[in-house]
Design a binder for this molecule. Structure first.
Ligand SMILES: [Zn+2]
Length: 467
């Protein structure tokens, strides 16, 4: 019997299976069927000579809701070589609707935000209200909850309740550090570690807390790594882009997000809609403008027009991430040899910074990471973090999630998700989406046209290996 597909003669880098050399890879029924030499025959041959074949890139921090440019995000992620992604905020209903309409063949999971006035009544929800929200979010397809401390903070006590509830219920929980009494900086990071109280926690974009506001930035970087090393209940990721990503949406003339307000002040602008307009014209606030089906950063008159046309409901980014933190956090290791920050993510998706290949492989070009290190940070550890043993490697029987890259150009060329092409020679060809969802959400998501993989409680709950 011929194989479904053979990728012929690419350089395979698969650290889990200690493979690093030129091989053929055969795919059957969506899984890796064989890795070897002179495999064949196959119904479809892909010439991978000159390319590197990596386990499919998993981005553990993206945004794919209408709130953050999600309609375009699917195409942006596919072009960036991503095959699996975790939406880090929801709202889950919007993420699922957009995935059904704009999907490009990715496997996705979503956690839903705990947001005062939106999903909970106040900034101090009690456990019963949180439990109701989690049940609702799960029914709609989310595998857990996100506390958006830096944008829409809760009280410290309520934040701790969310984390404890998710531990109890086996739900994934992520916390953008920051509470009503503590800002999103090193103080927020220290508090986050305390509030987790030993429970599993996904700590997103560590670089966003390390901006040198409390101490020398390298001292902060070191402290962040030491804190995470001392708390193996916490999985973490950081990103490499100099730009952050916020919502510019204003209510009553004021940006809704406290992070957006803070970044306006940082650039010398009023934390108001008027201040936002001035910042866009001055080139400090970059608006996420849609062009050719993808979001791009834009400033000046055209960007101001887009901000007004969207009635302020548009993404924006500020150049606030210093290189000392984002580069060191990407490469530093612990005493046991694991990376200080488990995963390299992007906080991208609809936010225009899907740069794992572009900026991540620049670290490989600098010999700051090996290519195997890059795979560990963009596929192996993310798969562990998401409880997905059939992803993150290319052993026989693994999901045929594969990213083919042009290492010299730092670009994804082609990719497969479950053996189906997502990206072919730089062109997005994938469709639909496969959702890692609670079993109770499967029927509703399938009715929308989405594929589903049942993901019961506790599977997706991050627990660090103890080695
Ligand atoms: Zn984010």
């Amino acid at each position: 019997m011929p194989h479904d597909v053979i990728l012929r003669g690419g350089h395979v880098t698969d650290p889990v299976n200690t493979r690093d050399g030129v091989f053929d890879i055969a795919i059957d029924g969506g899984r890796i069927a064989a890795v070897g030499h002179s495999l064949g025959p196959a119904r479809e041959e892909v010439d991978a000579s000159g390319l590197h074949i990596l386990p499919g890139i998993i981005d553990t921090h993206v945004h794919l809701s209408s709130w953050l440019g999600g309609a375009a995000g699917h195409r942006m992620l596919a072009r960036a070589g991503v095959t699996t992604a975790l939406d880090m905020a929801g709202p889950v209903a919007s993420v699922m609707d957009l995935a059904a309409r704009h999907g490009t063949g990715l496997t996705l999971a979503c956690i839903d935000y705990v947001r005062p006035g939106h999903t909970v009544d106040t900034a101090n929800p009690l456990t019963d209200e949180l439990r109701d929200h989690l049940a609702r979010a799960r029914a709609e397809g989310a595998i857990g909850l996100k506390v958006l401390g830096g944008h829409f903070p809760l009280t410290a006590e309520a934040t701790a309740r969310v984390i404890a509830l998710c531990a109890d219920e086996g739900a994934h929980v992520a916390f953008h550090a920051g509470t009503l009494d503590t800002p999103q900086d090193m103080r927020g990071l220290r508090q986050a570690v305390d509030l987790a109280a030993g429970h599993p926690l996904h700590l997103p974009h560590v670089n966003a807390y390390v901006r040198g506001t409390q101490d020398h930035i390298l001292t902060e970087t070191r402290e962040a790594c030491d804190l995470l090393e001392a708390h193996p209940n916490i999985w973490s990721e950081s990103y490499l882009a100099p730009f952050n990503g916020n919502s510019a949406k204003c209510a009553n003339g004021i940006p809704e997000s406290v992070a957006t307000q803070r970044n306006l002040v940082k650039g010398g602008f009023d934390p108001t809609a008027k201040g936002m307009e001035a910042a866009i014209l001055a080139g400090w606030a970059h608006v996420h403008m849609l062009r050719d089906g993808e979001n791009h950063l834009a400033v000046g008159e055209a960007a101001l027009e887009a901000f007004r046309a969207a009635e302020t409901d548009i993404g924006c980014s500020f150049h606030v991430n210093p290189p000392e933190a984002r580069i060191n956090l990407a490469v530093m290791k612990r005493a046991n040899g694991r990376f200080a920050i488990d995963a390299l993510a992007t906080d991208g998706g609809g936010i225009p910074r899907n740069d794992l290949c572009d900026r991540g492989l620049a670290l490989v070009a600098l010999n700051a990471l090996t290519l195997a290190d890059f795979v560990v940070k963009t596929s192996v550890e993310p798969a562990r973090m998401m409880g997905l043993p059939t992803k993150g490697h290319l052993g026989v029987g693994a999901d045929a999630d594969i990213t083919l890259i042009d290492l010299a150009r730092r670009r994804a060329v082609s990719s497969f998700g479950g053996g189906q092409p997502i990206l072919r020679d730089g062109v997005v060809v994938g469709q639909g989406a496969t959702i890692l969802c609670p079993p109770e959400a499967e029927a509703a998501l399938q009715a929308k046209g989405l594929s589903t993989i049942p993901t019961p409680p506790f599977q997706f709950r991050p627990l660090q290996p103890t080695f």
